[in-house]
Design a protein. Sequence first.
Length: 57
Amino acid sequence: MDYVSALLPPVVMAVFFIGVIRVIVKTQGGANKTKEDAAVDAALARADGVPAGKTDA
């Protein structure tokens, strides 16, 4: 039974990691992609000191 207790933590972590990756992949794109991209562009423009709406992208 020692092998079960030795393998359980890595298996649990692997399942959790796969779940996190699936959530990340599923939430990419979709209906909110344009809104999220605009929010990121605005935040980057503020960080660079460029007025919003005047990006060269």
